[in-house]
Design a protein around this ligand. Sequence first.
Ligand SMILES: Cc1cc2nc3c(=O)[nH]c(=O)nc-3n(C[C@H](O)[C@H](O)[C@H](O)COP(=O)(O)OP(=O)(O)OC[C@H]3O[C@@H](n4cnc5c(N)ncnc54)[C@H](O)[C@@H]3O)c2cc1C
Length: 767
Amino acid sequence: MLGFLPTHLLERCTHHTGPEKSDSRFVLHWMRAALRFDENPTFDVARHIAFQKGLPLVVYQGIDERYPYASYRHHKFLMEGSRDLERNAKKIGVEYFLHVSRRGHRDPVLKMMAEGSAVIVTDLVDLDPWSDWTESIKELRPVIEVDAHCILPRQVFGKSLDRPFRFKNATKRLMKARMGLRWPICDLPIKKLPDGYTIPFDPVSAIEELEKDGGLGIFSECDIDPTVVPVNDLIGGTEFAESKWEKYMQEGLKKYHRTRNNAADREGVSGISPWLHHGMIAATKVVRDAISLGGKGPEKFLDEMLVFREHAYHHCHEIKDPKRWSALPEWARTSWRERLAPTSPREVSVIERGETGIPLWDGAQKGLLRHGVMHNNVRMTWGKAIPGWIIDPEEAMDVTQSLNDRYALDGRNPNSVAGVMWCFGLFDRPFDPPSPHMGRVRGRSTETHASRVDIDRFLKWVCAPTMGGVREFAIVGSGISGLFAAMILRDLGHEVKLYDKGKRLSGRLANRLTSDGSSFQIGSTHIDGIRPWMARFLGEFDLGGPKQEDMSSNRAPLIDILHHFAGELSINFNTRVRSLHQTEEGVTLNAIVNDEPIEFHHSNVLVAIPVEQAMDIIDVDLFSGRSEACWVAWGPSEVVPDNLPAGWSVRNLTNGMIEVRLCEKSSARHVDETKDRMASMVPREIGLPDDGWSSHLWRYSRPVSGPGRVIHHGNISFIGDGFGTPLGTIGGALDSAARAVADMHLRSSEKGRNGHYLSKQTSLNEW
Ligand SMILES: Cc1cc2nc3c(=O)[nH]c(=O)nc-3n(C[C@H](O)[C@H](O)[C@H](O)COP(=O)(O)OP(=O)(O)OC[C@H]3O[C@@H](n4cnc5c(N)ncnc54)[C@H](O)[C@@H]3O)c2cc1C
């Protein structure tokens, strides 16, 4: 079927037969991993097939919410790549359609596009879920997978060898025949879709979305992790990739053999891997350029490209499910089984936030968390330290992989899979005598590495705060949304001050103590609206269901989440913010502190309070919302009554205490009552004496209406359970907090600093 293809393309193709359709309308290039038109074998193959069949060629790209670790960071990088694709498609004269999966746009678009296509041509991707997606699309149409990432096509070699030097020797001849060759230009004419043919979805214009608000609007509708914030100084797409590579070619590559191991020198390596990962620059071009430059630096660089990188791709091609533990060599697994378990294990959350107390390691992790990059030489030391903190080595490898995949712009790639697994013995030999914690797996001491690096210079670039420098924030409200935003901002290197009108941490997760000192919630008893990405922040609190129904359990009370998030943050209690004003310099807060009026000035403010209270403190009509009231009363009772008025609920608090919650209607009817009267009225209503009873009114217990999304007004942002989804849930409150922080990063990107869309965002009509 593909005999008409030139050899350099044919050898990169894997043909999967599938149901054919006689009245198909076009050839579909499903662009998923090689996001470029230049020197792109997948595009060239699709172009040849379309020409051969006399059909239009359509390029489709989908930015999905289901790729592993989908986040604002990866989405922004992808979207910037799409912007260049959109521009270049126009220049080439090919139809390019982008779908971004989001609220109201979650149809199976690829399947719908497949309907009209004669054949689907796509990039060869060996990792899940992409390889699974190939399997399912094969059921619909013939599929051609094309290797657009390697110099030596995986279809030609495609084998994993136990050591890199063996791979080098085995591929030397094949590689030599291909490396450095000029890529043949394909300029076959491209047919367009006939007039009147409409594709089955509304395509997104990345140019327009990024121009409008840096992606803020469209990402707010995507179910993706906002805590992995966008990186502003690394821009996705072919344009940035090519200029970055060009600059490195001219200024750095010649010295690569001398500079590559110095992690303090960010410019000592090309840093091109995120763009290679997304195929935004052709590996064939990078290798050709390095060969033509010649010398010791390029030679070392070519070793990385042609041996380590290519080996990783070929390895993942041959090995099914390459990330699994059993993909490690037998000697390494045995050695891990026999090693001494670490004596001072660390919590994964401590590791993830870069708080182990080891400067080099924490710096490396912070760089990953904040900037999406890690120096390759440090990455090896970083990966080898983790099994020293996690008892089960298999879990340690999963944690290492997940940190890399979640945060690194070049994660989720065969090269990073192999890199992480190398830390656990892959592609390596055993070292004897075994060491206590690494066994026979090669060790790499953080201390020794640190002694070889100019640590201050290293920490300066990795620990630099996000958004180009330290920003200063005030947060009004230290409930779960305010604290979560504060924690994220602090982890990203910013200064945060919190103000709360209460005396201590509580908000709507407030608790009280029973006579035996055990704690019970008088606000929320459940955590609802939790997204998968939140699990790692909630840790032991994420019980995914009812909490504290059974008071005899040892579950941590919800209030503890607030202490967990608050950490070392300083909170100004007894400070009621009465009003906020946007000024030229920032934001002025008028507050009452211990009955005294005080003014505070801050650059940026996050308001994290119930929606009606938020409406009260801002003098502009920005949004509206309404919350339900809820009376809660508790006291002694020998029985759990079953004669409650309709809509009321009761909980057994053990120790002879019960708690009663009134329905919305009854609560609203009694909203002006005093606590004392309600503490007497509620037990009497259910036939109990009122001795020892107390009550609390939640005037704004949960919003029933509200914006449901973060509202930005100049330097003020409104978050909380009225500003996230699902409305009125802890999940909604957390989501709004994280999205507000991610939005700030989008707003502070280069364009935002130029004021282009920042000024637009202050207009309410834009929301
Ligand atoms: C009775 C009840 C039952 C609930 N049940 C559930 C449930 O089953 N599942 C679920 O997911 N969620 C439930 N919720 C909702 C959940 O508790 C909230 O969504 C979440 O706690 C909201 O957190 P927040 O940070 O947005 O606001 P809050 O927790 O209200 O925090 C706001 C903070 O701001 C402070 N503040 C307010 N105004 C000012 C001001 N002007 N100046 C300074 N500080 C100020 C307050 O003191 C408070 O500490 C329930 C809530 C209640 C009350």
